[in-house]
Design a protein around this ligand. Structure first.
Ligand code: ZN
Length: 388
């Protein structure tokens, strides 16, 4: 048993001053104000005084094994797996204790998630894996997708990835922000196709996460009852209100355009795709803040693994969410509790409550006062073990 005395604890919902976190065998025993410790709890002799404690971050949108080529040989598969493990380690160093892989070459990440369910890799961030995504033939991200056309093929592909072990279904609903079409982020999947995928996934107890940039793609997705809109750049007030009413989550992945602009333009200053990414940032920020204000469950996701978007800076998504105008305390809820709910892990993670996993961060400065405190060196505990 070990007790952490902190100037302040964010427990996933609220701030507690002069607080204590007591852990044992990888689980949380008690958390609360120092002067409210129940008499039946004997304080352990192992005590540590720290500044700030909060639950570990939950990254709802990563790609652990996104490669530019399709693996064809066992050597490539081994290479992909080792790269994925390295990316997982980088996410951990950034303070992430659980992540959701939304598309990888076939089933590699499902293998990692299965290994964790067998008790391996317990000191690594918990992985929830989609396996291969579902996309229209020739659509967005076909290198990590099963290409399908028509409701029957979407149904079939959905059953196939579930058979492979997918815990969540990813559908590529639109092109990218730079894809040619009548509208930015043009739709690629039809109404009947997404309805079929959602029906199949929900019948089998899986959530559906959709890559959707353009307004038509978002509209079709929300109407079909998907569980989360990923990116959601060209959202609109009517759809945001519908999302809030239905309980559709938003994972804006602000890091994706941020790094495309910051790093992409530095490395390739004339690339028109990066310039267009720059042009959408203001609208993306506006729609993200509006979604928060209208009561949509916003969750933190980085899209790490996409070009220029590094796994070891996952915490920066929280900084970018705050920069849209969302208060820091709400950003912390978004980055912890909301993600745990979306990933179906809120019985184990997301808040510091008795009985949950002792997976938390120790910071020198309160991120409520300065959100960039999340970027500084921190101590990271996963299931009671200090891992960084
Ligand atoms: Zn992605």
């Amino acid at each position: 048993m070990k007790a952490f005395f902190a100037d302040q604890i964010f427990d996933g919902k609220k701030l507690i001053d002069n607080a204590v976190l007591i852990i044992d065998e990888g689980k949380i025993v008690w958390v609360g104000a120092e002067n409210e410790i129940p008499s039946e709890i004997t304080l352990p002799t192992l005590r540590k005084h720290v500044s700030f404690i909060m639950p570990g971050l939950i990254d709802c949108h990563v790609h652990l094994a996104l490669l530019n080529h399709t693996p064809v040989s066992p050597i490539d598969w081994a290479l992909c797996s080792v790269e994925a493990m390295q990316h997982l380690r980088e996410l951990r160093k950034a303070g992430v204790v659980a992540c959701r892989d939304l598309g990888s070459n076939d089933s590699i990440i499902i293998g990692i998630a299965k290994a964790q369910r067998q008790g391996l890799l317990q000191d690594m961030p918990r992985v929830v894996a989609a396996g291969a995504a579902l996309a229209a033939t020739g659509g967005h991200g076909t290198n990590i997708s099963i290409e399908c056309d028509g409701a029957d093929e979407f149904t079939k592909a959905c059953r196939q990835v579930i058979k492979n072990g997918a815990e969540v279904i990813k559908v590529m609903m639109s092109g990218g922000v730079n894809s040619p079409g009548e509208e930015p982020g043009p739709p690629e999947v039809n109404e009947d196709e997404i309805i079929a995928a959602v029906r199949e996934a929900h019948a089998r107890g899986r959530k559906v996460a959709v890559h959707a940039h353009g307004n038509t793609a978002i509209r079709r997705s929300v109407n079909a009852g998907v569980d989360s809109i990923e990116h959601g750049v060209f959202n609109s007030e009517d759809l945001i209100e519908q999302m809030a009413a239905q309980g559709t989550a938003l994972v804006p992945t602000l890091c994706a355009p941020y790094y495309a602009v910051q790093e992409g333009l530095r490395v390739e200053p004339d690339n028109p795709d990066h310039k267009r990414s720059q042009a959408i940032v203001a609208e993306h920020n506006h729609n993200t803040r509006l979604a928060f204000e209208k009561g949509v469950m916003v969750c933190m996701g980085t899209d790490a693994g996409c070009p220029f978007n590094p796994h070891d800076r996952a915490f920066y998504e929280a900084v970018l969410l705050h920069k849209t105008g969302i208060p820091a305390l709400d950003v912390l809820r978004i980055a912890t509790l909301n993600g745990a709910i979306l990933l179906g892990l809120d019985k184990e993670l997301g808040t510091l409550d008795a009985g949950k996993q002792a997976s938390f961060l120790i910071l020198d400065t309160s991120p409520v006062k300065d959100i960039e405190a999340l970027c500084a060196d921190k101590q990271i505990y996963i299931q009671g073990k200090k891992v960084e």
